[in-house]
Design a protein around this ligand. Structure first.
Ligand code: PLP
Length: 356
């Protein structure tokens, strides 16, 4: 599959934002990748073109029935201005799992990865060089057929946009306070919580707002049936260090299989730490906090890499975790993962992909 490139003229390139004040998801680069699909014809030639608006029929099925999926990964600027991706094929494969669940067509992973590399090469000047900053990559697919009636769309648009983002922790780690909700649920087994479909995020906003009103950064989600087993924190996976064992909820069907989660499991295992994937009840977490056997809690995800949890509110009581400081394992994992992502540390697992 070839890629058509419609390069933006030098005179039309955007002015780049101040690298010290990027924030998250506020700026977009000069180019984007688009590819359309029609039942019977399949995917059309991908095109890299000027970033800009789409024209969408008001009856486009995504606007009514929500067939929309996305991914999130980053490009990092290392030494000698070498640009790296981290496990990008895993993101595209996960996108295909999302597509299958949402009755949308799969994308050709190798071809899209190659096209994405061309896009990144064209916009490589947008990959920030400031410490910890990166270029966020957002592959997306939406249903575009103009028709009403609940069924799979016969037309889709796949696109990739790029956004320079600042370091998540410009002044070092800041352990977050989380609120355990037993009022709202994120996902249920048999539903769509194990894939990245837009509706999951829309459904999570109210719980996040209520937690923020109470002074908490994130929601800790429990299982939807018993409201007992821990699932995820906000839009990231969760880990507990209990009695020198690293415990994370097993992928039960309602948890997103995070690529950072998988990387944490593999790295910790390679360091000789016992890692256990199993169901973990919130009562067990509270009991382990009370008897001192719970050493660390942290979240894992592309945005923050590792996010230490300093406090947890359950049923109106706030519990401090590890004296509200960052634990040694969270720090070690963060340093190792960032080291691999930015090309400063050895990549024993072959996760780093350079952009030539
Ligand atoms: C619901 C949810 N859980 C977990 C994650 C973490 O996944 P990853 O490590 O692949 O970024 C994400 C982010 O993609 C997410 O949206």
């Amino acid at each position: 599959m070839s890629v058509r490139i419609e390069k933006v003229e030098e005179s039309e390139l955007k002015t780049k934002p101040d690298e010290k004040a990027l924030g998250f998801g506020a700026h977009f680069t000069d180019h984007m990748l688009v590819m359309s699909y029609r039942e019977g014809a399949g995917w059309q030639e991908p095109v890299i073109k000027k970033y800009g608006d789409f024209s969408l029929d008001p009856a486009a099925m995504v606007l009514h029935y929500g067939q929309a999926i996305f991914e999130g990964l980053k490009a990092y600027r290392g030494k000698d201005d070498q640009i790296f991706l981290f496990r990008p094929a895993d993101n595209l494969r996960r996108m295909n799992d999302s597509a299958t669940r949402m009755c949308m067509p799969n994308i050709p992973v190798d071809e899209i990865l190659a096209a994405m590399q061309r896009l990144l090469d064209l916009d490589r000047a947008w990959v920030p060089g400031a410490a910890g900053a990166s270029l966020y990559i957002r592959p997306t697919m939406i249903a575009t057929e103009a028709a009403l009636g609940v069924r799979p769309s016969r037309e889709y648009l796949f696109f990739v946009i790029l956004s320079p983002v600042g370091a998540y922790y410009p002044e070092g780690f800041n352990p977050v306070k989380i609120y355990v909700t037993d009022k709202y649920v994120r996902a249920v087994k048999g539903g769509v919580g194990n894939v990245k479909t837009a509706g999951n995020y829309a459904a999570s906003i109210m719980a996040a707002l209520e937690a923020q009103e109470k002074g908490y950064t994130q929601v800790l989600w429990l299982d939807a049936i018993e409201r007992r087993y821990v699932e995820e924190i906000g839009t990231s996976n969760i880990f507990f260090m209990i009695n020198d064992e690293l415990v994370t909820p097993a992928l039960s069907g309602s948890i997103l299989p995070g690529i950072t989660r998988d990387s944490v499991i593999k790295l910790a295992g390679s360091w000789g730490i016992k890692v256990v994937e199993r169901a973990i009840a919130i009562d067990e977490v509270i009991a382990a906090l009370a008897d001192g056997s719970l050493q660390e809690i942290f979240a894992s995800g592309t945005a923050a890499v590792i996010s230490p949890v300093g406090a947890l509110n359950y049923k109106g009581t706030e519990y401090a975790v590890n004296g509200e400081t960052t634990g040694p394992l969270a720090q070690r994992l963060f340093d190792e993962l960032q080291g691999i992502q930015f090309g400063d540390r050895q990549d024993d697992f072959g996760w780093r992909v350079p952009i030539d």
